[in-house]
Design a protein around this ligand. Structure first.
Ligand code: PAP
Length: 334
């Protein structure tokens, strides 16, 4: 799988901004794809109806070629900024709860960011030409992805692995993404212009966008294959976290026993994974991903309705109209 340098000298940039370490396959593909200005890195490319930055597209191709999904795998899928970090922590804590019950101070979530414990397939695992040997990982293997349903590797669709999908209302998603992108952009570029980037989001040009098509793809899959795809909303998780953690445990085949309920394990998991707890841990305050993103950019406010502090009533109306048009007749509402 040869790679080549297709850009100018950008090695001093953090990895997440680099656009030049590509396989021949990815390089050739890029030249045939529609492109637009990116939110963080310079470009976004449209591949199979969805928009990706270059590094992610490389990961998509490699992952689709190499991932051998196992029936016992658990795949957490989300639209960017839906609460991925939170759900990664919850699923990790849920699935591994027996290992740390006697020694909670040794819990990996206290010293590792959730993104390290549940890595993204198309970013951490299958990017930059590193095709890892995943066969030795503990069962169940936990992976995450932002890929739309149509781009999931065939081996995921052919297996019986469980898919947990998380999304969030489009207004708060946009606002969270806007803040996130501004923090990751090179300082000399300054913030994205709110009106311009809002227009791009509405036109579907955002990481793994169009947002509405991404959500609809998994909504339909969850209706068609309810035992394989669980559909969750950030807002529901925030409003009734205990209910949803119990539902998750049942869906993943590890329901809480009466004894675990009596010991208050649901509550312990939620406390461990709470915004306040995770965001105040030293690892999450000062650590960063190997690709360069500081962990603290994944923790901002963690609330419902923050969009009202940034968006004008016209913007809110435009998003509401698009949502109504795109999802009309599918029974999907926020
Ligand atoms: P990603 O898709 O880039 O991995 P993701 O974790 O989905 O990011 O999104 C971050 C959002 O989840 C942030 O929302 P905000 O910008 O509206 O504040 C972040 O604050 C929120 N978040 C992170 N951890 C938690 C948590 N433990 N509980 C609730 N929300 C959280």
């Amino acid at each position: 799988m040869p790679t080549e340098n297709v850009g100018t000298s950008t090695d001093d940039l953090p990895k997440y901004l680099q656009e030049h370490c590509l396989t021949q396959e990815c390089h050739q593909l890029l030249s045939s794809l529609p492109s637009e200005t990116g939110w963080v890195a310079d470009h976004l490319y449209q591949y199979q109806g969805f928009w990706h930055h270059v590094r992610q597209l490389q990961g998509v191709l490699t992952c689709r070629n190499h991932l051998q999904a196992q029936d016992s795998d658990i795949l957490l899928v989300s639209t960017p900024k839906a609460g991925t970090t939170w759900l990664k922590a919850i699923i990790f804590a849920l699935v591994n709860r027996l290992r740390y019950v006697d020694d909670p101070q040794q819990h990996p979530l206290l010293t590792n960011n959730p993104h390290e414990l549940v890595p993204f397939l198309e970013l951490q695992l299958y990017v930059d030409n590193q095709v890892p040997d995943l066969t030795n990982l503990a069962t169940p293997r936990l992976f995450a992805t932002h890929l739309p349903f149509v781009l999931l590797p065939t081996s995921v669709k052919d297996s019986t692995c469980k898919v947990v999908y998380l999304c969030r209302n489009p207004k708060d998603t946009f606002v969270s993404l806007w803040h996130f992108a501004n923090k990751l952009r090179p300082a000399e570029k300054g913030k994205n212009c709110l009106e311009e980037i809002f227009d791009r989001f509405c036109r579907g040009v955002s990481i793994c966008g169009p947002f509405w098509d991404h959500v609809l793809g998994y909504w339909k899959a969850s209706l068609e294959f309810p035992e394989r795809v669980m559909f969750l909303k950030y807002e529901d998780m925030k409003e009734e976290p205990e209910v949803h953690v119990r539902r998750l445990a049942e869906f993943l085949g590890c329901p809480f026993s009466a004894e675990e309920e009596r010991k208050g394990l649901v509550d312990s998991i939620l406390k461990l994974c709470s915004f306040d707890n995770l965001s105040n841990l030293e690892v999450n305050r000062s650590g960063k991903m190997s690709s360069g993103e500081a962990y603290n950019v994944f923790f901002r406010r963690g609330e419902i309705g923050d969009s009202e502090n940034l968006l004008t009533s016209e913007m809110i109306e435009r998003l509401d109209q698009i949502t109504e048009q795109k999802w009309h007749g599918f029974g999907l509402k926020f």
